[in-house]
Write a protein that binds this ligand. Structure first.
Ligand SMILES: NC(=O)c1ccc[n+]([C@@H]2O[C@H](COP(=O)([O-])OP(=O)(O)OC[C@H]3O[C@@H](n4cnc5c(N)ncnc54)[C@H](OP(=O)(O)O)[C@@H]3O)[C@@H](O)[C@H]2O)c1
Length: 261
């Protein structure tokens, strides 16, 4: 049996779809709060650990709770004794590089969230695949695509940050790539969409693909003034033969298709 944690989240849902041909137990937050020990009787052969504290700004004000979920929760998932896939983030890097981050680059997280996810990597144990991805979006949940579609329907112009560069990754592509990661030795893998974009580039593409006339006003991270620092550059690539994902624009089109259905 494959266990999916955080099954109500955007990646958790995509994993449940991708692995629908397996025997799957999909536990959402209400079914198992991963900061607590696992429910009795669970004996998975594989854990797809998608539960996490993902409120990047909220973590700055509540580092203990973020760590309880991202570090303690990962240790609890690993305590089941099965091989585990842990989803990590580009925010483990400081963003000082100007070429893609590969697996051998040293992490140096600048936010509470990034630190908690990095410590979570260590808590995943020796029989884990650490899959670092970035800027996830999908047809459900809170994500940038859904926020832009909502704002775009309400406004003529939206102000969007133009000085962070990353790879917006479609959860369906990440879920499909997870299957291929399972064929690789345990370890860290960078699995993010092809191409790169700023949030402003991504917003323009969303409006264009969705046929909305909304304009994007390009602003700086400083102007937006969010509590948590974010890397200015966090494009991820693999030097270890991790699966390559389609370009982010293809992911965006697939996501919009799903939303329209
Ligand atoms: N989103 C991104 O841009 C991004 C980028 C790189 C890596 N990642 C990583 O990818 C993974 C999946 O993220 P996502 O985008 O799918 O996030 P998401 O949509 O926020 O899903 C996370 C899920 O975890 C659940 N959760 C939170 N606290 C929990 C707890 N204590 N016990 C059990 N479940 C809990 C949430 O439930 P509630 O909503 O009910 O709290 C939510 O359903 C995470 O490990 C994240 O760190 C995300």
């Amino acid at each position: 049996m494959y266990l999916i944690t955080g099954a109500g989240g955007q990646l958790g849902r995509a994993l449940a779809e991708e692995f629908a041909d397996e025997e799957v137990v999909a536990l959402a937050h209400a079914d198992w709060d991963v900061s607590l020990p696992p429910p009795p009787g669970l004996a998975p052969e594989l854990v797809l650990h998608a539960a996490a504290w993902t409120d990047v700004d909220g973590a700055e004000a509540d580092p203990q709770e973020a760590a309880a979920v991202n570090v303690g929760g990962t240790a609890n998932a690993a305590s089941l004794g099965a091989p585990l896939v842990y989803y990590s983030t580009d925010y483990v890097f400081d963003g000082e590089k100007r070429e893609p981050y590969v697996e051998s680059d040293g992490p140096n997280p600048r936010s509470v969230y990034g630190r908690s996810k990095l410590h979570g990597e260590a808590a995943a144990g020796a029989q884990a695949w650490i899959v670092r991805s970035s800027w996830l979006f999908g047809p459900t949940g809170n994500n940038f695509v859904r926020t832009m579609l909502r704002l775009g329907a309400e406004r003529d112009e939206v102000a969007v940050v133009d000085d962070q560069l990353g790879s917006p990754t479609y959860v369906g592509h990440l879920a499909a790539a997870t299957r291929r990661v399972l064929g690789l030795p345990h370890g860290i893998y960078h699995v993010a969409a092809g191409g790169e974009a700023t949030w402003a580039d991504f917003a323009e593409a969303i409006f264009e693909e969705a046929g909305l006339p909304t304009r994007v006003r390009r602003i700086s991270t400083a102007e937006l003034g969010r509590p948590a620092p974010r890397p200015a550059y966090s494009v991820l690539r693999s030097e270890k033969g991790a699966p390559e994902l389609p370009h982010w624009r293809e992911g965006l089109r697939e996501c919009l298709d799903r939303l329209e259905r």
